[in-house]
Design a protein around this ligand. Sequence first.
Ligand SMILES: Nc1ncnc2c1ncn2[C@@H]1O[C@H](COP(=O)(O)OP(=O)(O)OP(=O)(O)O)[C@@H](O)[C@H]1O
Ligand SMILES: [Mg+2]
Length: 323
Amino acid sequence: MTEEREERPASGLRRLVFLGGKGGVGKTTLAAAYATMLAARGERTLLVSTDPAHSTSDVLGVRLTGEPTEVETGLSAVEIDAAADAARYVEGIKRDSKESVSPEVLPTIERHLDLAKGSPGTEESALFERFVDLISLCPAEYDRIVFDTAPTGHTLRLLALPALLSVWVEGMVRQREKVAGMERMLRNLAGRDEPAGDPVLERLRERRQRFHHARHRLLEDTTFYLVTVPERLPIEETERALSTLTAGGVHVGALLVNRVLPERAAEGDFMRARLDQQREYLREIERRFTGYRTVRIEQDARDVTSRSQLREIAARLKDAGLG
Ligand SMILES: Nc1ncnc2c1ncn2[C@@H]1O[C@H](COP(=O)(O)OP(=O)(O)OP(=O)(O)O)[C@@H](O)[C@H]1O
Ligand SMILES: [Mg+2]
């Protein structure tokens, strides 16, 4: 058995859980409720949010930072600041460049890197690096990690990133190996001794290893919960996300159908019409996503802003038997 396989628990439970879906469908709320449920049943859980609006801090009522903070027994949470991470990430590449490129081209590269700081691609890469770091804390420090991610498109790109980054790092490694080979030849010709190792190559190889490992975890040890609501556009988006995820080999655990109006709300023509429409959409969800579990979460009369509301949703997720 390989080391990577051992990270997958014997029960077949997947340790890394992503919640994704269209903007505003309830990812943050359900991620917090789900993490609350896991912690309540004794799993050491880390909730990871990437929302710059600090909505996870708001819903948990705790000011979170970029480092995991214990929120309650067994539940820690972290809020990643993608922009700040991106800036740090670029600084790291700059430091690496100093060792690997000639001083004449360095100012040009630095200018490009400064421009790249604010680009969405850089933020995604930085975010992915953070995800890789956090993933490595599981299972040593956390039994489960719950990722409350940005709207679907962004998350899907993030899941595809390890493959892209691996190709990129692979190319860099090969190039560096070629250069190292040439340097060795020149040194031999000049009759000089071998220097000990190549720090740039070492770092590249280490990165290649990290990405390879992360990709493996994302395929083998990850489950994705798609959050949706019984309305036209979110249903369409769910279908698109589902096919992209399954095509990419990512396991989809269930569809969480949030904000379902309770039937008891059928008072008056307006609400009756609204509920009729909702029933149609719920039937459509069952029809279009056959083969996938669906879990319905009721719309509360008020926004979910308290821990007791979170615990109610957590109980619902537990009753539904979510792993
Ligand atoms: N079941 C529910 N009942 C009542 N209100 C809910 C429910 N689920 C979510 N909400 C409310 O809907 C709003 C949006 O929820 P949330 O922030 O969890 O969505 P999101 O998908 O994370 O949004 P974003 O895409 O902006 O990150 C919040 O005000 C939240 O309190
Ligand atoms: Mg959110």
